[in-house]
Design a protein around this ligand. Structure first.
Ligand code: UT7
Length: 329
């Protein structure tokens, strides 16, 4: 006779308990890049919106940045490593496929034997990982999950290619996810995610030089037409309206894409006073790290407050996209 299986009972909802981030110290300005490739500060600011970015030195790894960001998120949540049972690192820039970043990161933070895995959805990675962590908590598979977006894109660039080396940068951002208590507002809404695998060649690593390539204009058109509807879907799934959104934090790919998404949401009822992340100006495009970096920086600047309703939307290689509404801890 076979036994009857039981399932854990999960939480009614999940929420973000703390956030943190990490960036390398070295600032690379547009003028610095103009010494290496034919470009200008004016072109980069006008076409992409970046003024400067942070680039890690040769000895700093994806895991180093993940450890720092994760440790800070843990402290912000008021938790200790022993409280964490799951670690997810969203990354697409590890030096090799194995070992993964999550188990090393957990070990260095001092988290003992957690479920630990990497998730590759490129620039949509943080929203994918946050959605996954939220559902693990709701299902009862995890109690506290540490979710980190960490990237060292500088290792995967052709520094002679002006169409990419001026855009991408390094950094990490993290969030601790746990149960929403019965008195709490649900803190992480349902994820609206998807992919367009037929467009997979639009952003890829070229095998000839192991460097990132993107069809810039085609990705730009895709992002400015397809991503706002994904964000609107996330709002709808959360049972909210665009007017409920206090802060929009899209992946920081290009300030013109950020502005276009904000404009589209406002045409659908988002408020004029909705704050919009512009972290790309000083951080560049850090792929899966860009959303949590922007969130952490905006909170430090007082532009995001506890209890604000935030709309996150990530998009990039895959092509992949994901969006959810979250409440700021
Ligand atoms: O994060 C993952 C998702 N990625 C994205 O969402 C990226 C989406 N795409 C973009 O953000 C933009 O397409 C780029 C920033 C990549 C490029 O901007 P663009 O306005 O689309 O420029 P373009 O590629 O159409 O190039 C316009 C001109 C070209 O010269 P010609 O052919 O008109 O003479 C380029 O060769 O600008 C030239 N160019 C540059 N000039 C100065 C390209 N890169 C540079 C540069 N400096 N760095």
């Amino acid at each position: 006779m076979s036994g009857r299986m039981t399932l854990p009972s999960g939480a009614a909802g999940a929420r973000i308990l703390g956030i943190g981030s990490s960036q390398p110290n070295t600032i690379v300005t547009n003028d610095d890049l103009a010494e290496r490739v034919e470009t200008s500060d004016e072109w980069i600011r006008d076409r992409v919106g970046i003024a400067e970015r942070r680039i890690a030195d040769a000895d700093t790894t994806v895991v180093d940045m993940a450890v720092e960001a994760g440790g800070r998120a843990l402290k912000d949540a008021g938790l200790t490593p022993s409280d964490i049972d799951t670690v997810i690192v969203a990354t697409c820039t590890m030096p090799s496929p194995i070992p993964n970043a999550a188990a090393q990161t957990a070990d260095r933070i001092g988290i003992s034997a957690p479920g630990a895995f990497d998730l590759n959805a490129a620039c949509a990675g943080f929203s994918y990982a946050l959605g996954t962590a939220s559902d693990l908590v709701r299902a009862g598979s995890a109690r506290h999950a540490l979710v980190i977006g960490a990237e060292k894109l500088s290792d995967w660039l052709d520094w002679q290619d002006r169409s990419t080396c001026i855009i991408f940068a390094d950094g990490a951002g993290a969030a601790v996810v746990g149960a929403a208590g019965s008195d709490d507002r649900i803190g992480i809404g349902p994820v609206a995610w998807g992919s367009a695998g037929d467009l997979n060649q639009m952003i890829r690593i070229r095998t000839e030089n192991n460097a990132l390539f993107q069809e810039g204009q085609a990705v730009f058109r895709w992002a400015t037409t397809k991503i706002a509807p994904v964000a609107l879907r996330a709002i709808e799934l959360a049972g909210l309206t665009p007017a409920d959104i206090d802060v929009l934090i899209p992946h920081q790919a290009n300030l013109r894409i950020v502005d276009s998404i904000a404009k589209r949401l406002r045409s659908k009822g988002a408020r004029e006073d909705m704050r919009v992340a512009d972290d790309i100006v000083h951080s560049g495009n850090t792929s899966s790290a860009s959303i949590p970096l922007a969130l952490d920086h905006m909170r430090a600047e007082g532009r995001v407050c506890s209890g604000d309703t935030l709309l996150l939307v990530g998009f990039g290689a895959g092509l992949s996209y994901a969006s959810q509404v979250v409440v700021c801890p």
